[in-house]
Design a protein. Structure first.
Length: 83
């Protein structure tokens, strides 16, 4: 089990591993693969069963990382005219 769900403890990027795509640290499982599997309707437990090198906490950290990344990419609503 990882010490913390902080992205730097769970997610790694290395040009020599999976072409530099972000992966769960210590594995070759990409974040994209985990998220696609969840999007297809798999539960956290099913993801861990499909990818035994993962822990449930890894899957939750991937979800949290994706949510934080999406929040950063969302457009900020403009200030209404007249304010």
């Amino acid at each position: 089990m990882r010490a913390s769900l902080a992205p730097e403890n769970v997610i790694a990027r290395d040009p020599k591993v999976c072409g530099g795509q972000p992966v769960v640290k210590g594995t070759r499982v990409t974040l994209r693969t985990v998220l696609a599997t969840l999007a297809e309707g798999a539960s956290v437990e099913e993801v861990v069963k499909a990818f035994p090198s993962l822990q449930p906490s890894d899957v939750r950290a991937v979800i949290a990382y994706a949510a934080a990344s999406a929040e950063e990419d969302l457009p900020v609503a403009g200030v209404p005219a007249g304010l």
